[in-house]
Design a protein. Structure first.
Ligand SMILES: [Fe+2]
Length: 252
């Protein structure tokens, strides 16, 4: 199994502070059955230059790789980033922010409002051959209250990611739930977004169990296959067939 959204690299963002924190998180990932990880530290193009971010990320990765016990964990790892949405990314060398050896890029949107230029930016990225992965889509009220907005963006050629905790908690922001998105095939992968062992710990196993119980084994297989395809940089056909419609006040 693969986790493609987590904050496990030490001392680079609000995730793991030290190598020991990272190792605790990696051991917890392993217990979840995860054997491939993309490290996705936060990158905000408005706050730090790309070069500075890449240097910090590389240093952090080296520190972790040189930590005693890291190689014995036998977890395959790649570098990536969780890029905070900014139209500035169109002026950057996006390839350096993609999951290593792929054209997939994880993008976080603001939770408070739908940002200006999001459709334009997503379209421009896709035209350049990249596939944006929208991080934790259950968090954005403008999507959960009107999921046709997410549908329209996904149909441009985006992947939508759900946090494992949102699946297990039945969490949503005043609107459709994470499970509903998955049942519509409007969310395509589950990741941990793990930050620490205290607050947001690796938890994908429980989320897959929840999907299995509520939606069935086929959905679990579909979610896992999508993750493998992304990790291997396979072409990912967005299989959306259902456009949400409001009926008697509920999204169906
Ligand atoms: Fe994150």
């Amino acid at each position: 199994m693969i986790d493609m959204h987590c904050h496990i690299l030490p001392g680079i963002d609000d995730g793991a502070k030290t190598e020991e924190d990272s190792m605790d998180l990696l051991r917890a990932e392993k217990e979840q059955g995860i054997d491939k990880i993309v490290f996705t530290p936060h990158f905000n193009p408005e706050r730090i230059s790309l070069d500075k971010f890449l240097t910090r990320r590389e240093n952090s990765y080296e520190r972790l790789k040189n930590t005693k016990g890291f190689s014995e964990l036998d977890i395959e790892t790649k570098l990536g980033a969780e890029v905070f949405f900014s139209m500035k990314i169109l002026e950057m060398d996006i390839s350096k922010l993609c999951f290593e050896n792929t054209n997939y890029i994880l993008i976080e949107l603001p939770t408070t409002h739908r940002p200006y230029g999001v459709t334009h930016t997503v379209k421009a990225l896709i035209e350049r051959g990249y596939t944006p992965i929208l991080a934790h889509v259950e968090r954005y009220g403008y999507f959960t209250q009107d999921p046709t907005q997410l549908y329209d963006i996904v149909m441009l050629g985006c992947v939508a990611q759900i946090n494992a905790a949102a699946v297990t908690n039945g969490q949503s922001i005043k609107g459709v739930s994470a499970l509903k998105y998955i049942s519509w095939e409007l969310a395509h992968i589950i990741c941990s977004d793990a930050h620490s062992m205290d607050t947001r710990r690796p938890n994908t196993k429980a989320a897959y169990e929840c999907v299995n119980k509520k939606l069935g084994e086929n959905y679990v297989d579909w979610l896992k296959t999508n993750a493998v395809n992304i990790y291997r940089d396979q072409i990912f056909d967005i299989p959306v067939v259902h456009k949400p419609k409001k009926f008697l006040g509920r999204w169906k």
